[in-house]
Design a protein around this ligand. Structure first.
Ligand code: SF4
Length: 365
């Protein structure tokens, strides 16, 4: 993590990006009867050396956004600007060249590795695709990457099934770094791992960011992980971003009822402390039937009549802090201590991260 000068031009920018999947009916002549609005006008900026966390409930569109940024799927609307160039309009060799600088690490380290390739072949594959180095240079780079990601030289000749989940995720990270990217999209990179392994992988990612000057778009649903890794946090609800803020501001004084509900939903050791926030009830509405007005009004504990009619824009309420709530400024002060950060599970996770980091620093000393 770093203190990022947010005034400089962003490295990566999403501008009103949308992905709508048409819903069709009819056996002989199919006609469109609606659309699944998986991502519905998402904008954000990622600066050099920064970690921007994109958080929200399962099904809110985070992973679709990650794939749109990588252009693994085509957007229905909007632009993705990387180093001043619109990724959504280029093709062929230019797109391949841009992709070298934009890499992704997937959630499931079991599914994302080819079981028929050795670790060395897996890591070297992106270099071959991009025509980087000859065979000897790639072998040397693979050895460097194994060291960098905490793996051993003898792992190079082994196959994915011979590794634990954490080791496989290290292989996935090494593969992403093989082509020296500037931006790495991390799509729930530790969600499938045990807590102690999560800590090791999160600390590895932080170390790599410091050493290599990487920028991360960190997709997550676990606020404890986000609290540990992010510089800024963007909260997503039903295909849209509803709040963006520096991490400290977001955890200390969230200015959107959905963010508050997410923080309040973290269990606490003392259940008598409620934090003055009603935990979120009900299910996420279907992206096929997005509520009119504020899309959160069907679950919002402080909704007013106007919320059913007027869609609140994402607007700045403090420097660097934006919220899509008509009444963002009127929300009472958030009780940060009662509302977040004291959950036994979250506290265990944070303690594990700190312990793994301390052990790593001790080993390095
Ligand atoms: Fe709740 Fe209204 Fe704010 Fe939406 S605009 S979050 S419904 S108070």
């Amino acid at each position: 993590m770093t203190d990022v000068p947010l005034l400089e031009a962003p490295l990566l920018e999403a501008v009103d990006v949308a992905k709508h999947y048409p819903v069709k009916k009819g056996l002989i002549v199919a006609r469109q009867v609606g659309a699944v609005r998986a991502v519905d006008g998402v904008s954000f900026r990622l600066h050099r050396g920064e970690t921007l966390a994109l958080v929200g409930e399962s099904g809110c569109g985070k992973s679709t956004t990650a794939r749109l940024v990588m252009r693994l799927i085509e957007p229905s609307a909007g632009r993705v600007i990387f180093r001043g160039e619109d990724v959504t309009t280029v093709g062929g060799a230019r797109l391949r060249a841009l992709r070298r600088h934009l890499q992704i690490v997937f959630q499931d380290p079991y599914a994302s590795l080819n079981p028929r390739l050795t670790v060395a072949e897996t890591i070297a594959e992106p270099m071959a695709v991009h025509g980087i180095g000859d065979a000897a240079a790639r072998r040397a780079r693979v050895a460097d990457l194994l060291r960098l990601t905490g793996l051993r030289p003898f792992h190079a000749g082994r196959y994915p099934h011979e590794f634990s989940g954490g080791q496989r995720q290290r292989i996935g990270i090494a593969r992403a770094l093989a082509v020296e990217p500037e931006v790495v999209v991390l799509d729930e990179p530790v969600s499938a791992l045990d807590v102690s392994i999560q800590a090791q992988v999160v600390n590895l990612l932080r170390d790599l960011q410091g050493r290599l000057g990487l920028s991360y778009l960190f997709i997550a649903h676990d606020l404890a992980v986000v609290k540990h890794v992010a510089d800024r946090v963007a909260v997503m609800y039903l295909g849209r971003i509803v709040e963006v803020a520096p991490k400290r501001a977001l955890f200390a004084d969230p200015r959107h009822p959905y963010t508050r509900a997410l923080l309040a939903a973290i269990p606490r050791p003392d259940p008598s402390r409620r934090g003055g926030v009603t935990p979120l009830g009900g299910d996420l509405p279907s992206p096929m039937a997005v509520p009119p007005g504020c899309r959160f009004h069907t679950r919002c504990p402080v909704a007013r009549p106007v919320c059913r009619e007027q869609d609140p824009p994402l607007r700045e309420i403090a420097p660097g802090h934006t919220s899509a709530c008509h009444f963002a400024e009127e929300l009472p002060r958030f009780d940060a201590e009662a509302g977040a950060g004291l959950a036994p599970a979250a506290a265990r996770r944070l303690a594990a991260y700190a312990a793994a980091r301390a052990a790593r620093s001790g080993a390095a000393a």
